[in-house]
Design a protein around this ligand. Sequence first.
Ligand code: ATP
Length: 465
Amino acid sequence: MANDQAITDHTITMEKITSLAKRRGFVFQSSEIYGGQNGAWDYGPLGIELKNRIARNWWKEMTQMHDEIVGLDAAILMHPRVWEASGHVENFTDPLVDCRNCKARFRADQIPFENIESKTCPECGGELTDVRTFNLMFKTNIGPVETEEEKNVIYLRPETAQGIYINYKNIIQSNRMKLPFGIAQIGKAFRNEIVTKNFIFRTCEFEQMEMQYFVKPGTDEQWFDEWRKRRWAYYEKLGVKMDNLRWHQHGPGELAHYAKDAYDIEYLFPMGWKELEGVHNRSQYDLTRHTEYSGKDLQYIDQEDGNKRYIPFIIETSAGLTRTLLMLLCDAYDEEKVSAKDAGETEGSAEDWRTVLRFHPNIAPITAAVLPLVKKDGLAELAQEIRAELREDFATDYDQSGAIGRRYRRQDEAGTPFCVTVDYDTKEDGTVTVRFRDSMEQVRVPRAELVSRLRQEIKAYKRTK
Ligand code: ATP
């Protein structure tokens, strides 16, 4: 077998994703040598590359591709009044119940209502406690003295959005922005989540990619529809299996306190349909509240409409970066039967299974791996030279150990779309073999054309499997 473990059942499970992620250095449990820290994860060499690429791709789509969207990187620590104004101090709570018997902890809104009414644990049938509300914000003290006094209280931000709202006037003034315009931001957010299962799906420390779009009142519904379309198209462009995505509109009981309308994009994860991104019409709520709490006038002066003053509406697109990474791992994951005819890739057995991550080349952690067919006869040195020619333009890897089929499998598992193999013909005629991850097809390409050929392949990439 080319794979480390025999694969017998080919359903995609969260266990398989978690195990591949750890084995290949995408994601490790935080503080593992101390028994692990709940709700926190560390991104290894492939994981950080993947995360950075997702972030860069989103940033490009949301800023570079639009004239009227600019970026921001606000501080995680903000004035505590921000969270009073935003409603988080008062409303950002989850209802919590514990089982007195098995000690399991549940979000009361995520277990059947009958269990809450009858106070019975859905897992062991034991007695449940009363429902308590629990604020999800991490609260700590700022300054050298730890005190209970409210004036030293500071929060780790539970969302990146508020940093944008409190800078909206600065950005209008410094960049002469006119409505409609957007502000994009990527950064860490922290929530004291009660239940943190399913790997990196729900964690206490995570990253968000948010864009807040400021529009004239009355145009908000039109912009809301437009941003729903654009966000859907974004996932299509990323090569995500679109049958695994769907919209979920928030019903009246589900709408957040700030929202006029809200849709989630949900993905069919191995554990079921779950939220990936929210597109929200946040109305005038946030800017009105910040006006009230800060005493500053946050109205927009519309020079194109007789200097009218008003508070803009805000359309928000809010995606989890780390949750997108999990989605892309699940979406890219495939186990495929490989037949003996796939030149030299089956290690002598009649057939074999390979595990492959079919990432879009724009987000794959490694774009091209350079592999000398053998180490001797100067092929290793030649392969290193070719790698040096590629590394200015692409994220590259070099691997010379083990049979070539095994090395292809290792790159398949890392999601590397192109392998460049250097063999004896390379010495003779200056051509290399480019092996494509998805089809396993191989073509000969002159060394001098390699960079431009890979560029073309990336641009033209369409996922077929
Ligand atoms: P949920 O209902 O899953 O708790 P939410 O509706 O509170 O999420 P939002 O506040 O709308 O989520 O956050 C926007 C996005 O941020 C989510 O769609 C998700 O991708 C991501 N996100 C939110 N909470 C977490 C978390 N604890 N861990 C990882 N990602 C998160």
